[in-house]
Design a protein around this ligand. Structure first.
Ligand code: ADP
Ligand code: F6P
Length: 323
């Protein structure tokens, strides 16, 4: 293998840049030529491909967003789109590609590998932590930290007003951000897609806590389970006159410097991905389990079913009850 390329795809996440930095450094140190593809598969199809040197990643390691830019590209799901993508890779003599993204992006990588013989390796980059095969995805830790910091701010204002607040966080099909941010910020209620939404339980919790003098309660809602506005409305219908507001933290979670954990994870995954290409591997995804970095077959990894940490959820629920 002489020439490899790297792209980021789908939703950006903190730590993508750390992986990008590590891929470029480690690949060049291994005698490879590295090409950067801008705007994910869209850039690959449009030929936005440039040779990289170490100076291109000089000051990106800690930054949020992705220095390679990103996009969603429906064309990559079509045969014509994939053919254009492969033509461009061949034009540059690129034999291996590292794709940083979520499961959708991995499907694109899988197609390049299985259908067209390009060696493809996936690095999990999504704040949602929705990939079953790995303990953590890049960006999750920072997104949780961002949520916790925002909730800390909200606590100041709601507490001195005897007010409650419903806070929505990202997580399309996965409640991990809500769960971890919820337990770490002492949320009194956590609503996630993995546990059926029971408005009576939510209301009972607020009533119980208020009966014990706790007038200010935080309800955290994962995007995949509902909206802050909707849950707030449901509560007020059952507790008319309750002093409560709602806020959607939305994309605030997706920016800002990567946490120390995401930076280290990105670097370790980036290095491992290059090692996979050097070893001639293809159709592999990089993951972390018990702090060990590993690679696994892409199809097997994507077929795995996520296991929600119900014990942590139950613990959070238990801790949020006033007595
Ligand atoms: P994520 O990678 O974060 O899950 P998406 O699901 O939006 O985000 O996927 C990102 C991109 O990956 C898509 O816009 C598309 O270009 C590509 N992609 C998704 N699914 C496929 C597929 N089945 N085949 C080829 N490419 C795909
Ligand atoms: O997949 C990551 C994610 O941040 C989800 O949590 C969220 O639903 C989605 O991306 C938002 O995407 P967009 O950037 O297109 O608004």
């Amino acid at each position: 293998m002489k020439r490899i390329a790297i792209l980021t795809s789908g939703g950006d996440s903190q730590g993508m840049n750390s992986a990008y930095y590590a891929v470029v450094h480690h690949a060049i140190q291994n005698g490879l030529e590295v090409y950067g593809i801008k705007y994910g598969y869209k850039g690959l199809i449009e030929g936005k491909i440039e040779r990289l040197d170490m100076l291109d990643v000089e000051n990106v390691l800690h930054r949020g967003g992705t220095a390679l830019f990103t996009s969603r590209c429906p064309e990559m799901k079509t045969t014509a789109g994939k053919q254009k993508a492969v033509e461009n890779l061949r034009k540059f003599g690129i034999e291996g590609i590292i794709v940083i993204g979520g499961d959708g992006s991995f499907m694109g990588a899988r197609a390049l590998s299985v259908e067209y013989g390009i060696n493809a390796i996936g690095i999990p980059g999504t704040i949602d932590n929705d990939l079953a095969y790995t303990d953590f995805t890049l960006g999750f830790d920072t997104a949780v930290e961002n949520a916790v910091n925002n909730i800390k701010v909200l606590r100041d204002t709601v507490y001195c007003n005897d007010r409650s607040m419903v806070v929505e966080v990202m997580g399309r099909n996965c409640g991990d951000i809500a769960l971890y941010a919820g337990i770490e910020s002492g949320a009194e209620v956590i609503v996630v897609p993995e546990v059926p939404y029971d408005i009576n339980k939510v209301v009972d919790r607020i009533k119980n806590n208020q009966a014990h003098g706790k007038m200010s309660n935080i309800v955290i809602v994962a995007e995949g389970a509902g909206t802050a506005e909707g849950v707030c409305k449901d509560i007020v219908e059952r507790m008319p006159g309750l002093n409560i507001r709602s806020v959607n933290l939305g994309h605030l979670l997706r920016g800002g410097h990567a946490s120390s954990q995401d930076r280290l994870l990105g670097i370790r995954m980036g290095v491992h991905a290059v090692d996979c290409l050097v070893a001639g591997k293809t159709s592999r995804v990089i993951g972390v389990h018990n702090n060990e970095i590993f690679d696994e077959d892409m199809v097997e990894a994507l077929a795995k079913k996520r296991v929600f940490n119900k014990a942590l959820y139950d613990l959070a629920w238990h801790l949020g009850e006033s007595k």
